[in-house]
Design a protein around this ligand. Structure first.
Ligand code: BDR
Ligand code: CA
Length: 314
């Protein structure tokens, strides 16, 4: 398979950090053209900092990091320090990054890249609220047909929501942006909570990360230790869901995942169910499919891939 060019749009977040590391550790599969930060888990001033910390940790200071939108299209920003801690990357001790933040706005980078690269060769990987992608699509609708694929972490159907009973965090934070992206017509793959809640760390996985005895291995172990306390308390689960790495794993090894091509629409009007991904899994609406909505993952193979790739980093 040829190397896929990707833009990672992200709000790190410990699980975002692992996703970025997985991508940067996989040059035979992925060419990371840039990392664009968005406000989400924590404000933009922290997500852009965290994105640079993660690129530096991977030793990839040549990957350009951009700051995108600092607030959702319509609503006040909702953050998730209760999950990720005050910095978004709580857990290990982290130094300030030294690599620069690019001057260009992240949305302009997305637009320029899609216009300058051959059409159909750039995949967008949103790991946070969809504000940057929606803004780019609104500002430059010509880029939509140039997108190869959008692979999103967001939503939930069988699992319900995680920030409200109905909504998953990334979609809830900016449902208007999600609505724009889901209606855009670009090929869409969705990794909802239905999948990511099956990609749970176990004590053995965390021990394996630590056992790599590399800087990256220790960091990832410390992040998962911190991140998993929330889900253990909430769901009584054994570990933490590695939500965002599912997006990158799909690009490397799509057959780890299984789902259906269905219609998915976003609730933007209701106070009660704002940000719900209304997924027509059973095909009862007659509405045209617009997304490959995943439901299952081979968790053992997923963690095998993650361990193999992360062990390459120092
Ligand atoms: C999503 O929300 C964030 O807290 C995680 O980074 C992930 O992208 C899970 O709902
Ligand atoms: Ca995220």
């Amino acid at each position: 398979m040829s190397i896929r060019k990707i833009i990672i749009d992200t709000d790190p977040g410990q699980d975002d950090a692992v996703a970025i590391l997985l991508a940067l550790a996989s040059p035979e599969d992925l060419d990371v053209l840039g990392v664009v930060a968005v406000a989400g888990n924590v404000p933009l001033s922290l997500t852009q900092r965290n994105a640079r910390i993660v690129c530096e940790l991977a030793g990839k200071t040549d990957v350009p990091v951009f700051a995108g939108c600092d607030k959702p299209l319509k609503h006040t920003l909702v953050t998730a320090e209760h999950v990720h801690g005050k910095t978004g990357l709580d857990g290990p001790q982290l130094d300030d990054p030294t690599m620069p933040l690019q001057d260009q706005h992240g949305v302009d980078f997305i637009i320029d890249t899609l216009r300058s690269q051959p059409s159909g060769t750039v995949t967008l990987c949103p790991l946070g609220p969809l504000t940057n992608i929606a803004t780019a699509f609104q500002r430059a609708p010509d880029i939509i047909e140039r997108v190869q694929e959008i692979v999103i972490m967001g939503g939930g159907f069988f699992e319900g929501g995680n920030i409200t009973p109905a909504a998953e965090f990334n979609i809830y934070v900016d449902p208007e942006a999600a609505d724009i992206v889901f209606r855009a017509g670009a090929p869409l793959v969705v990794m909802p909570l239905d999948v990511t809640h099956k990609a749970l760390t176990t004590p053995a996985h965390v021990a394996a990360f630590r056992g790599m005895d590399t800087n990256v291995g220790h960091m990832v172990a410390a992040w998962t230790d911190f991140f998993e306390r929330f889900d253990k308390e909430k769901y009584g689960s054994e570990g933490a869901p590695l939500h965002d790495p599912c997006v990158i794993a799909y690009l490397i090894q799509p057959d780890l995942f299984a789902g259906r091509h269905i219609n998915v629409e976003i609730e933007t009007q209701s106070d009660l169910t704002r940000g719900m991904t209304v997924a027509d899994w059973w095909g009862v609406s007659g509405r045209a499919p617009n997304a490959l909505f995943m439901r299952d993952v081979d968790a053992d193979a997923f963690f095998g891939l993650l361990a193999e790739r992360l062990s390459r980093l120092a």
